[in-house]
Design a protein around this ligand. Structure first.
Ligand code: NAD
Ligand code: SER
Length: 313
């Protein structure tokens, strides 16, 4: 087992649950402290320690980091794109202040590493739609995207100015079955599987041809851990890495589900999330991640669909 003591903030969320479980396998249950504002997720119970932390309370966070001898922090607490548009000041405050609190403590306590996720939401309508490159025009139109882009530059700043080894990925929409999604524009691609199995039909809040970059959770967890374990000299992008696995639209995922559930039906009632989705690229160029630290994905649409349908009860 490796000698690190890890704090996962936002551990009861969609990514947090699976990331905490994966880190506990590598580092040992007692070495990975799960924390969240909400109660401990059922799947985490009995697998390692849990503490209640509000990441906005910097003093409390600092005390916990010292008390638990933390050497690495994974910061996952945030408000996602769709929820963020309902309360922009709250989203900006949480997404920015949480990161600044963690970076400041990391600098002061000389933490070994910090992970903080960005998103494809940094891109906006003026970014290239296809194979959107690492460096390009970036003019986000959601408060979530603005907060992620600003956050990327804070990471870059703390690395170059203070030597904080903070690493980041621009996750695409993430699809999983173990824990519920937290209010994103890409959540339809999770709801559709549950609805297909429960009702045999689904009404999509995005229209049929809205293609977005997506990734299955096991790939996202693999990317996160590989990025964090890579030697520091291989991490050449200190804002946030583009990563990609697949792209599909609601009609394409519906067609894939129909291969397993032929009677499955889909219809479309786009809401405010359609505008958000249309502002994002359809596909992402992740050459830098592939070249710098060897990123490779395992799941495409058909393999993910098979696994989701198999695992959702
Ligand atoms: P989520 O909403 O499922 O989980 C976030 C967790 O943070 C929740 O459990 C919530 O209770 C907790 N939290 C909120 N405020 C807190 C606070 N003040 N103190 C402590 N905990 C608090 O989100 P997620 O989908 O797991 O996303 C995690 C990170 O990954 C976010 O930064 C998100 O922007 C990013 N991301 C997610 C996706 C995706 O598709 N899920 C895609 C791109 C980027
Ligand atoms: N899945 C996320 C969202 O839709 C992308 O960051 O908000």
């Amino acid at each position: 087992m490796k000698k690190e003591k890890i704090l996962v903030i936002g551990a009861s969320g969609q990514i947090g649950v699976e990331l905490t479980l994966a880190l506990r396998k590598i580092y040992g249950g007692s070495q990975v402290i799960a924390s969240d504002l909400r109660e401990e997720n059922e799947l985490l119970k009995g697998t390692g320690p849990y503490v209640s932390i509000d990441v906005m309370n910097k003093e409390m966070l600092h005390v916990q980091i010292l008390r638990q001898n933390i050497t690495q922090v994974y910061l996952l607490a945030a408000m996602l794109s769709a929820t963020g548009e309902k309360n922009p000041p709250l989203a900006w405050n949480l997404n920015m202040q949480s990161l600044l609190n963690v970076l400041d403590i990391a600098k002061e306590e000389k933490l070994h590493k910090v992970f903080w996720p960005s998103s494809i939401a940094v891109f906006g309508p003026t970014s290239p739609k296809l194979d959107c490159p690492q460096q390009t025009i970036i003019e986000p139109t959601t408060v979530y995207g603005i907060s992620k882009y600003a956050g990327e530059f804070w990471c870059n700043y703390f690395f170059h100015r203070y030597g904080v080894d903070v690493r980041s990925l621009r996750y695409p929409g993430l699809i999983s079955y173990k824990s519920s999604p937290g209010g994103g524009t890409t959540d339809y691609a999770i709801e559709i599987f549950h609805s297909a199995k429960e009702k045999g039909s689904y009404t999509s809040f995005l229209n049929e041809h809205t293609r977005l970059p997506m990734m299955y959770m096991p790939d996202a967890i693999k990317a996160t851990i590989e990025l964090m374990e890579a030697p520091a000299e291989k991490i050449k992008v200190r804002t946030s890495y583009n990563i990609a696995a697949m792209s599909f639209s609601p009609i394409e995922i519906a067609n894939e589900i129909q291969r397993h559930i032929p009677a499955f039906k889909i219809d479309f009632k786009p809401d405010f999330r359609q505008t958000i989705a249309e502002s994002w690229p359809q596909s992402i160029d992740d050459t830098h991640a592939r070249n710098d630290w060897g990123w490779r994905h395992d799941f495409d649409l058909s393999r993910m669909t098979l696994d989701m349908l198999h695992n959702i009860n």
